[in-house]
Design a protein around this ligand. Structure first.
Ligand code: BGC
Length: 757
């Protein structure tokens, strides 16, 4: 029988323990062979296996082994499909077992705060619930193969600009409600083996030294059991990071190993803390090495899977007058470099050495469609080529339909830097304009990892957004364009009209020392909705070649004391002529939103239906679906009141709704002081009758009788009441002539009254 992890750690020398806390090299962890701790390796993620065999780097510069590039997170999120992410995770887990990789560095669950973030393509969404749910399935899929998943980058890493030094300044409620649930949900549901800290400080403390994030939140509040690893080269102060709960430094660093040893010998670091970190790392190593499977994977099967997944991710943004699908007899002009060399992934550490990338040009030919090709513009830069433009316009005019394959060049979107604007290359915009002048049926297919401005949106017949859909993209888009597959993707983020509309616009990217999250909780649709701003395409939007009818939304209880376990259900019918899938979305809307967003996504389910088929979709709503985070309570609570539940085809296409009244879980503490306003007192149910009596006696009624007509016009009764409600208790000294002692007694009495009830 092998020794337990604790027994192994107990027998390790200080030097062995210290060296276990950083890698052996760039990708491998340390081993202690004499105690049966073998060497294992980790590799990037998140949408494929980037295992480097030769020279190592974390920026995607040097080659890695050939591997399958699955849809990147921006695309897979558009599937709104937990099963798809589970499948993706399983495929990756299997590849890891086959290649001897113990931990896959992903998924990445940072929130899309601005469309400019260079790494948005690696992230899922602007919505924390969608992010967390999809990530949980991804993690569960990878780990079903006894390979660890590693959630990253914890936390508030939402830009590339000065990512190693700029402190993200975010208030606690915004962190808890927006930036953390993407981590919290997979930690609670799927227990990833590892969490990677981000490069940046959060509120002035490096994420890897942040006791609040790692200790209070990740381990205490959420119950995380795995190990915490630094982002590559992120360590600022090794001993402080160990004390805060950051166990493993990557890549390996002998300098800081020594610092750990010295800190233990001089009593600045307890052996207990070090043991704890080593135990967590060793446990993961053994978990992998003791559960090796003789996995081999069929690359062709995984390629086909990647293509099938890409089909589920394509979002049909617009389809006027049934411009799509194309008819097999149409003579179609395929225009734009992306038709031949599609962009299927982004740059940086997630860059997969994909050896077989499907392109639409070959696939259209393979499937026997009548197509001709003109490059028009290159896929790799914004270079204007007059002759190529002319040739493309000529072909567009001579065809039945023109499909323009547009997108962002590779170098415009990558880890390491942010975009400067939200536009497509000028040569592409010019070409689309000119094609629209000679051809009535124009379709645009987009290849980009984040929203772009779409000045041509009203002019073209259809827009199909593929995001960065992995190596099967060409096959998938061809099948979608010609109706061999039916689009079912929904946008996991709002596409604003223009960059200036984005809520982070005024603060982005900060001064290099701080990134101030001034828009707070109002990220994405939470902002656009509250401001009633028009957007190009709303969060959750996506069309289909069929149509769906939504029945009435039913809730299990219309009034509920215990909000846990409330369910909502709705019948969905495919009312069109082809098979299709619909991602049904459920939003919770407080009737009195106050400082809350108007609506928040709290459920989604994807159903596939044959023509005429119907199915009932069910949503289970936990208390958290209604809850807000209170800094005063240091926790979540459900505000009492009425809520509307909206079932929709997008955040702005509500099809059915129901109401529910929920009893609050906790009350915010309330204490009367001399500085409490009368208005605040009147909000307290228990005090209201008492105060009303007092006000009736001495308040506005009396004042009114003494008022002249002129005075009444200058300040009517409503104005007087409003002014009075804004006055603190102590003001009754100046304006009511009430003595301090009497007021203090009144404060005491009111507090007693509150306590008693
Ligand atoms: C990235 C991580 C990645 C690591 C290793 C870093 O630059 O931020 O996401 O896992 O490198 O390549």
């Amino acid at each position: 029988m092998r020794r337990s992890v604790s027994e192994i750690v107990a027998q390790m020398t200080l030097k062995e323990k210290a060296s276990m806390c950083s890698g052996k090299d760039f990708w491998r962890l340390e081993s202690v062979r004499r105690l049966g701790v073998p060497q294992v390796m980790v590799a990037d993620g998140p949408h494929g296996l980037r295992k480097q065999a030769g020279e190592a780097d974390h920026l995607g510069i040097n080659d890695s082994i050939p591997a399958v590039c699955f849809p990147t997170a921006c695309a897979s999120a558009a599937s709104f499909d937990r099963n798809l992410l589970r499948q993706l995770g399983e495929a990756l887990g299997q590849e890891c077992q086959a290649e001897g990789v113990a931990v896959l560095l992903g998924p990445a669950v940072n929130i899309k705060r601005s469309p400019l973030c260079g790494r948005n393509f690696e992230y899922f969404s602007e919505d924390p619930y969608l992010t967390g749910e999809l990530a949980a399935s991804h993690v569960a899929g990878v780990q079903s193969w006894n390979v660890g998943a590693c959630l990253k980058h914890f936390a508030a890493n939402n830009q590339e600009y000065h990512r190693q030094v700029a402190s993200s300044q975010v208030d606690e409620r915004t962190l808890r409600e927006i930036y953390l649930p993407g981590f919290e949900i997979p930690v609670r549901k799927a227990q990833p083996w590892a969490v990677m800290t981000s490069y940046n400080p959060v509120n002035g403390v490096y994420a890897g030294e942040n006791k609040h994030l790692l200790g209070d939140i990740l381990r205490r509040d959420w119950g995380f059991k795995g190990f915490v690893v630094s982002d590559w080269g992120a360590v600022n102060h090794r001993v402080n990071s160990l004390k805060a709960g950051m166990d493993l430094e990557m890549p390996g660093c002998r300098v800081t190993d020594k610092e750990i040893e010295r800190a233990v010998l001089t009593g600045r670091l307890s052996m207990k803390t070090l043991d704890e970190a080593v135990r967590r790392i060793v446990a993961a190593v053994l978990r992998f090495s003791e559960h090796r499977s003789p996995a081999v994977f069929d690359r062709q099967a995984h390629h086909d899977l990647a293509a099938a997944m890409a089909e589920q991710c394509g979002v049909l943004m617009k389809n006027q007058g049934g411009a799509l699908p194309l008819a097999p007899e149409d003579r179609v002009a395929l225009i734009g470099g992306f038709a031949k060399a599609p962009r299927c992934q982004g740059g940086g550490s997630s860059h997969i050495n994909a050896t077989e990338v499907d392109d639409a040009l070959s696939w259209a030919q393979k499937l026997g469609f009548k197509t001709e090709y003109a490059e028009g513009f290159s896929a790799v830069s914004d270079g204007r080529d007059e002759a190529a433009l002319d040739e493309a316009v000529r072909l567009a005019g001579a065809s039945d339909t023109a499909v323009v394959f547009a997108g962002l060049p590779d170098s415009w979107e990558s880890e390491g830097y942010d975009r400067r604007h939200m536009r497509l290359p000028a040569c592409q915009l010019e070409l689309i304009d000119r094609v629209c002048a000679v051809q009535k049926r124009v379709i645009v297919v987009l290849h980009c990892g984040s929203p772009v401005e779409l000045p041509f949106a009203d002019k073209v017949g259809a827009i199909l957004c593929m995001y960065l859909a992995g190596e099967g993209v060409g096959q998938a888009e061809t099948r979608l364009l010609w109706g061999r597959a039916n689009p079912s993707g929904k946008l996991p983020e709002t596409w604003p009209m223009r960059l200036q509309d984005n809520p982070s616009y005024l603060y982005w990217p900060g001064d290099g020392r701080t990134a101030v999250y001034g828009e707070g909780r109002f990220v994405g649709y939470r902002y656009y909705d509250k401001k009633e701003l028009g957007v190009r395409f709303a969060f959750g939007h996506g069309l289909s070649y069929t149509s769906f009818a939504y029945g009435p939304l039913r809730v299990s209880r219309a009034r509920t004391k215990d909000v846990e376990g409330l369910t909502a259900s709705i019948e969905i019918t495919n009312t069109g002529r082809v098979k299709g899938s619909e991602a049904v979305q459920l939003y919770v809307v407080p009737e009195k939103p106050g400082d809350r967003p108007l609506q928040e996504l709290r459920g989604f389910e994807k159903v596939t239906l044959a023509p005429g088929e119907k199915r009932t979709v069910r949503f289970k709503l936990p208390g958290r679906a209604f809850a807000v985070y209170s800094e005063t309570l240091g926790g979540w609570y459900v505000p009492q009141g009425g809520y509307r539940l909206l079932a929709g085809a997008s955040s702005r296409d509500v099809r059915s709704e129901a109401k529910v009244w929920v009893q609050g879980t906790r009350r915010l503490p309330f204490k009367v002081t001399m500085n409490t306003t009368l208005g605040q007192l009147m909000e307290q149910e228990k005090l209201r009758p008492l105060l009303q009596k007092y006000l009736d006696q001495y308040g506005s009624g009396q004042a009114k009788t003494n008022q002249s007509a002129v005075a009444a016009e200058a300040m009517n009764e409503d104005m007087q009441n409003a002014t009075m409600y804004e006055s603190p208790v102590r003001a009754l000294r100046s304006f009511g002539g009430v003595g301090s002692a009497r007021l203090q007694a009144a404060v005491w009495y009111l507090n007693r009254k509150l306590k008693k009830s």
